[in-house]
Write a protein that binds this ligand. Structure first.
Ligand SMILES: [Mg+2]
Length: 251
């Protein structure tokens, strides 16, 4: 009798273990599927095959979170910046002071990751008043690799222009302050969106500014941004470099 009870308990226990293992396997299968989808989606975004998206799909949340905060994002930035430095090192800089580079600001030079973390890495809809409040704190940390690039460009004698879609009337001072405290010192000009460019797409606004710089005589050797709209339109520069950003899309 006792023997049978023990056998019965053993069988029940084995069934329970099998059930728990099958649930775990199902979960990990689900996680793997979501991670694969996230990877496909991120690749499609970075190659500009998905356009005009407003939010990151919810099923990509874990993938984008892991990508942005698990170290791969910084590794990707570093690899791209190494390529930029290699390219820049081959350019002979003239003594006339007109060899120029264009760098975008947000999520190029300085990072909004900690803001986007609270917005589920872009799964939540963009909230312009919350984002403006974040900018006004002036606490965006530098992207270390891009700060390194900036310093190398300055050392070589290039003129560096920061070109951002931030609003000139409200964000000029805080942006200059934020860049300064993060070590971006010695640049030629910080250009923000003025009234004249209000309502224009980033492509049109940034093209107009680059055209003006070329008309002033600057030779744009490189143009670096995290959005495709930083790198499209006119007067793009001799080379463009796209930094990763799977969190938001600006047209
Ligand atoms: Mg940007």
């Amino acid at each position: 009798m006792v023997q049978r009870v023990i056998e019965g308990i053993t069988i029940l226990f084995e069934l329970l273990v099998k059930f728990v293992l099958s649930v775990q396997k199902g979960d990990s299968h689900h996680d793997n599927k979501e991670d694969s989808y996230g990877l496909s989606w991120r690749l499609a975004v970075e190659t500009n095959n998905v356009r005009g998206w407003k939010t990151v799909p919810h099923k990509c949340y874990k993938h984008v979170e892991k990508y942005m905060s698990g170290g791969q994002y910084e590794l990707d930035l570093k690899l791209i910046v190494d390529q930029i430095i290699e390219y820049a090192s081959q350019i002979s800089v003239a003594s006339d002071g007109f060899d120029a580079w264009i760098l975008d600001v947000d999520d190029t030079c300085i990072s909004n990751i900690s803001y986007y973390k609270a917005m589920r890495f872009g799964c939540e809809a963009f909230d312009s008043s919350k984002f403006k409040a974040w900018i006004m704190k002036g606490m965006c940390p530098a992207n270390g690799a891009v700060l390194g690039l900036f310093n190398k460009l300055i050392e070589r004698g290039f003129k560096v222009f920061f070109l951002t879609g931030r609003d000139q009337a409200t964000h000029l001072q805080i942006t200059a302050h934020n860049l300064h405290t993060q070590g971006f010192i010695g640049y030629q000009r910080l250009i923000l969106r003025s009234g004249e460019d209000k309502g224009k797409s980033a492509v049109r606004y940034k093209s107009r500014i680059r055209k003006e710089l070329e008309e002033e005589g600057y030779r744009i050797w490189g143009n670096v941004g995290d959005q495709w709209s930083d790198l499209q339109g006119e007067c793009l520069g001799k080379r463009t470099f796209k930094l990763p950003n799977p969190m938001y899309y600006i047209s």
